[in-house]
Design a protein around this ligand. Structure first.
Ligand code: FAD
Length: 388
């Protein structure tokens, strides 16, 4: 063992116990590394999960590969719903199914974010060398002392880990602190559109009100809905809508304004969403950002993974998949540089950043393409209605 082995000099601190943080805790624990996970939220396995925040996600090949590597795929798959294609809902209420290529094994899997996170935390915690610290918010990093400072219910908690992983998401405090006063690039773009999640309930006796095993899209010129299925037959709908301007989140606040928006763009959804107004008011409006940054690490002491180093717009459905792929790539870099953590961090970044930069561009392009396709689809639909 040398100063720079992954398990030399004490325990590793992972800041953020979300998707990437919990998967990496499990991966490191499988290598015998002692891990402390510090998560600002309460334990998601206790009490009610947080509503209205990107409840389910599309899991695809890259994410599946990372989950396979930690031996969890057989536990994950039964939690997911296969999506064999997408159903397009036209403004006149008609639908069209576009298959992905199920015969060639080309499907997506819809999975509940919280369920997946709980599973990863459970499996990480089965390793006695993993400790989970909830309600611990990273506040500050003293780089000279190599010390982390957390807020734990109003009290300051300090830790001096052997090394650190910043897995604390798109607005990463670990990244900010790591780059403070250093020569570092950081670029952030906000999309002028936001999102809100609503729930389409299952039928009273079970089963789904719309095709279960599909991604559903309600494309409109001005806005669109995407929905992912849940195992109980319900669907999680995500509305993408401009923040400002006519027919925006800013102008859709009162019950009448909500009903007017849906009457105008999504009349077919109104009978399916009896709690529309209550859900609209109680669910937060989310913002979407793209970030790019460099470097992803400092010395042999701290490294970033997931949204902390590359948040992308969700229109390509690859943010989580790519965060999981980071974890695989980091573990592969440790295997390639077993005695040199700094070299492993650099190799990891070099192997990943070109791909995540491309993903950021693809995610942006897909939004534009979606808007253009939306338009052509709208005109096609209108033509059909006019011709009828
Ligand atoms: P997160 O999941 O955000 O986890 C970060 C964790 O760090 C959180 O638990 C947070 O509480 C914690 N944290 C934050 N700050 C601190 C702090 N200071 N101290 C301690 N802890 C902290 N991806 C897909 O692959 N497929 C999809 O279909 C998909 N759909 C999406 C739809 C929407 C609307 C959105 C917004 C995103 C979507 N994504 C999708 C992207 C996906 O959600 C993210 O890429 C993924 O969650 C990144 O994982 P992460 O662990 O890096 O970050």
């Amino acid at each position: 063992m040398t100063e720079q082995d992954i398990n030399a000099g004490g325990r590793v601190a992972i800041v953020g116990g979300g998707l990437a943080g919990s998967l990496l805790a499990l991966s490191l624990a499988r290598q015998g590394v002692g891990v402390d996970v510090y998560e600002r939220r309460p334990d998601p396995r206790v009490g009610l999960s947080e509503g209205g925040r990107s409840i389910n996600l599309g899991l695809s090949k890259r994410g599946i590969q990372a989950l396979t590597e930690v031996g969890l795929i057989d536990q994950v798959m039964p939690l997911s719903v296969v999506m064999g294609g997408r159903v397009i809902h036209a403004p006149d209420g008609s639908t069209r199914f576009q298959p992905y290529g199920k015969d060639r094994g080309e499907v997506l899997h819809s999975i509940d974010r919280n369920e997946l996170n709980r599973l990863l935390l459970d499996h990480a915690q089965r390793h006695p060398q993993v400790r989970l610290h909830f309600n611990h918010r990273l506040e500050r990093i003293d780089k000279a002392r190599r010390e982390l400072e957390f807020d734990h219910d109003g009290e300051k908690v300090r830790a001096q880990p052997a090394w650190v992983v910043g897995a604390d998401g798109a607005f990463s405090r670990a990244r900010q602190e790591m780059q403070r006063g250093e020569r570092a690039d950081y670029h952030q773009e906000y999309l002028e559109w936001g999102y809100k999640e609503l729930s389409l309930a299952a039928l009273p006796g079970g089963g789904s009100q719309i095709e279960l095993e599909a991604l559903h899209v309600w494309p409109r010129v001005h806005c669109f809905f995407v929905s992912h299925p849940n195992r109980d037959g319900s669907h999680t709908l995500t509305l993408f809508l401009p923040h400002e301007g006519p027919d925006s989140f800013a102008t859709t606040r009162t019950p009448d304004e909500v009903r007017a928006l849906f009457n105008k763009y999504f009349p077919d959804l109104i009978p399916l969403l009896p709690n529309l107004v209550d859900d609209w008011v109680s669910h937060p409006t989310g913002s979407l950002i793209t970030t790019r940054t460099a470097p992803w690490s400092m010395d042999e002491w701290i490294v970033l993974v997931g949204d902390a180093c590359h948040a992308v717009y969700p229109f390509y459905g690859q943010g989580m998949n790519s965060a999981f792929e980071d974890c695989s790539a980091l573990m592969a870099a440790f295997a390639a540089h077993p005695r040199d953590r700094r070299a492993a961090f650099i190799a990891y970044e070099q192997s990943r950043r070109p791909h995540t930069d491309t993903l950021a561009e693809l995610s942006k392009a897909n939004f534009i393409e979606l808007k253009q396709k939306v338009q052509s689809f709208w005109f096609l639909a209108r033509k059909r209605v006019d011709a009828a």
